[in-house]
Design a protein around this ligand. Structure first.
Ligand code: SF4
Length: 707
């Protein structure tokens, strides 16, 4: 940022949940560079996405005009990639597009009942947008059929955490690794997916902390690790129960902690009896002595902290995986103090905040259950509208309900999707795209003609993150303020304005006065709805401080970086331990489909690629889709790096270049899900974890052929 600029505007990085604070440097109404700001999560550092991932906002493919599908043009599933949208859509005025969108959704509701509609909000939008979006669905559509990509991310972790410790958020912040003696990272590739957080882990290792990296893939953090546990994919519960078994077996249980602060310990102890490290070693592929050594180090460390990612959560046993992590920190007393605890690393920049704001089908804002009579009555009074008291459907369930038979009273017929791209991010894409295309009316609000917008009836051009003011909440429970640096291009509008315009036309009596579509007024209403968490974080305070950690209950409260110090927010005040047994993946390799497909992300590209693949520097760094296999797997198939292969599951296939990565386990192939031309989710399995309703993105069976 040394060049002359017209203005500098403070904001938050729009990519991952680390929540780095940034400054946009603007010249001639364009962002020309980004600087890292001294925020509590980043201390001026940025990764390559935060530093260079900004010029998508100026991309010529930005949507600048509302669009309406041309009559008689079918939703084309054979060409899922939008080419020139003019073949399918015509430009319209805002009045026409909003009247059509709201009118059709209202008609479907009035004809078929409140269950006929659903909405997907976005973990890339602000807290204020998430709050208003769920309020629109609950009070305007009339049901709790509202969800977002948290369902694909940490839904299982949150299910286990709410059940076990009474709160779905992290107990300790990432930079607390500075106070840990042992850092247990499992099912996470932080150098690619939470890069600045990974630098704090590496710093901790340099001053002597032991990193234990547990993952079926050996990733970059391994070079900084004291022990790398490259366990076999899908054997998380076997390995974690073996660690708990070893802690008990070697007399390292924190007896006082368990006595005073846990419940159901006897059941856990009984259950792990059959999981000795010696019995589990052949199953998980980690030597028994290594498991015992790690268990000992974890239990005896002054502080041991667990951080995890999608490798834990995206399994049909994702909730069980997280239950085991809760049990591990509880029996060792490694929670409720600095340098310890549970940290599910949040993926999207606002997946924590969007969930907090109620963008989930079973909870009102701040995790008030929709089927709790007290919470239900409170929100009916607060919003002045009758509310449904049954949990709504989740992301994958909504796709199934869109394809339900016509006489199903819960068939979903109309949807409003803001800023999400399920036509790329859902499992089993052929099914998901078919479901989206079969809706009687689909309204999509986004900044590009995404694969999902391509299947819409009305497309509403929205604002990119630098074009609006709002708050986002990072993985550390920090509520952080981003300010508008630019105006949206053409006729594109702020999302908060669009939501309110639709609400008005559906008949909701909303009035949010003030600048930028009343963002401060929306925030204040949300703060009241979430007073038990953020009462002390006023809009004025955010203007002054940029970032405040919750829980924060008063103007004087600095925010609580470590929670559960005295009690857990469960009914009993104690951790509830829940034993877990081995449940195999829904689809195991067999003679026909002998390889395991693992999907995930890479450093340079973000999720479905709609932003980063339209960013000059990031696209230049990683311009095309690649699949990773190790040398042994390549040799077994007679392949060379650079060859084109076809990967095929029972549901779909992609053609893709193969690259060599010896960290990928033998018999497995890793594919990032950011590339439309080789969409990994064509192959993934929609089987769900029964508690979190999260699909099994991390494991399905595929076969691989050359060419
Ligand atoms: Fe942005 Fe995450 Fe990178 Fe920080 S670590 S710059 S929040 S993508």
């Amino acid at each position: 940022g040394s060049q002359q600029v017209d203005r500098k505007v403070d904001s938050v990085c729009p990519f991952c949940g680390v929540g780095c604070l940034i400054t946009y440097n603007v010249k001639d109404e364009k962002i020309v560079s980004v600087d890292g700001r001294d925020g509590p999560a980043n201390h001026s550092r940025l990764c390559v996405k935060g530093r260079f991932g900004f010029d998508y906002a100026h991309h010529p493919q930005r949507l600048t005009q509302p669009l309406i599908r041309r009559p008689g043009v079918p939703k084309n599933l054979d060409a899922p990639r939008p080419g020139d949208w003019r073949e399918a859509f015509r430009e319209a005025t805002w009045d026409e597009a909003l009247a059509l969108a709201a009118g059709k959704l209202k008609d479907l509701r009035d004809t078929h009942g409140k269950k006929a509609l659903a909405g997907f909000g976005s973990a890339k939008g602000s807290n204020e947008e998430a709050y208003l979006f769920q309020k629109l669905v609950r009070t305007g559509f009339g049901s709790n059929n509202v969800d977002h990509c948290t369902r694909l991310c940490h839904a299982s972790s949150v299910a286990a955490l709410l059940e076990g410790v009474g709160s779905g958020a992290v107990s300790n912040q990432v930079n607390d690794v500075a106070h840990a003696e042992l850092i247990f990272v499992i099912g996470s590739n932080p150098t690619a997916n939470h890069p600045v957080a990974a630098t704090w882990m590496k710093n901790a290792a340099k001053r002597g902390a032991k990193i234990v990296l547990a993952d079926p893939r050996r990733t970059d953090l391994s070079t900084h690790a004291w022990r790398t546990l490259q366990f076999k994919a899908d054997t998380d519960v076997a390995m974690l129960n073996a660690l708990i078994h070893a802690v008990i077996d070697e007399g390292l249980v924190d007896e006082a902690f368990v006595r005073d602060r846990a419940s159901n310990y006897e059941a856990l102890r009984e259950n792990v009896k059959g999981y000795s490290p010696e019995a589990m070693a052949p199953i998980c592929g980690v030597p028994a002595e290594t498991l015992r050594e790690v268990a000992r180090a974890f239990a005896t460390a002054k502080g041991a902290m667990v951080l995890w990612g999608m490798g834990i959560s995206q399994h049909v046993h994702g909730t069980d995986n997280a239950r085991c992590l809760i049990a591990l920190v509880t029996v060792t007393g490694q929670i409720g103090k600095p340098g310890s605890g549970l940290h599910p690393l949040r993926g999207q920049n606002n997946v924590q905040g969007a969930s907090d704001a109620g963008l989930i089908p079973m909870m009102f804002p701040n995790y008030q259950r929709v089927d709790n009579a007290g919470a239900h009555a409170w929100f009916e009074d607060f919003w002045g509208m009758p509310l449904d008291d049954k949990p709504g459907y989740t992301v994958v369930e909504i796709m199934h309900k869109a394809l339900a038979p016509d006489d199903d009273p819960h068939k979903i017929r109309g949807m409003y999707i803001m800023g999400e791209n399920p036509a790329m991010s859902d499992p089993d894409l052929n099914h998901a795209r078919h479901a989206l295309a079969s809706l009687e009316h689909l309204v999509v609000q986004d900044i590009f003609m995404t694969e999902t917008a391509w299947l819409a009836d009305v497309v509403l051009p929205a604002s990119a993150w630098p074009e609006k003011t709002g708050t986002v909440s990072n993985t550390d429970r920090m509520v952080q303020l981003g300010k508008r640096a630019l105006n949206p291009p053409g006729e594109a509008k702020p999302d908060l304005w669009i939501i309110q315009q639709l609400a008005k036309r559906i008949g909701l009596p909303w009035h949010y006065e003030g600048e930028e579509s009343g963002v401060a007024a929306v925030y204040e209403e949300m703060r009241q709805a979430m007073h038990a968490a953020i009462a002390g974080i006023t809009w004025e305070r955010l203007q002054r401080e940029s970032s405040v950690t919750y829980p924060c209950l008063s103007a004087e409260d600095p925010g609580q970086p470590t929670v559960f110090i005295e009690r857990f927010p469960t009914a009993t005040g104690r951790v509830r331990l829940v034993p877990a047994d081995i449940i195999p993946a829904n689809e195991r390799p067999d003679a026909e489909y002998p390889f395991v497909l693992i999907t995930g992300r890479q450093l340079e590209h973000w999720h479905t690629g709609s932003m980063t693949r339209r960013t000059t520097v990031l696209d230049a760094l990683e311009p095309m889709a690649t699949a990773s296999m190790n040398q042994a797997s390549l040799e077994a198939l007679g392949l060379q790096p650079g060859d084109v292969i076809t990967i095929q599951s029972r549901r779909g296939e992609v053609a893709i270049h193969v690259r060599r990565d010896d960290g990928t386990p033998t018999g497995a192939v890793f594919v990032p899900f950011a590339y439309y031309e080789a969409a990994a989710n064509l192959m993934t399995n929609a089987a769900l974890d029964p508690f979190g309703k999260i699909p099994e993105f991390k494991y399905c069976a595929v076969r691989i052929a050359r060419g």
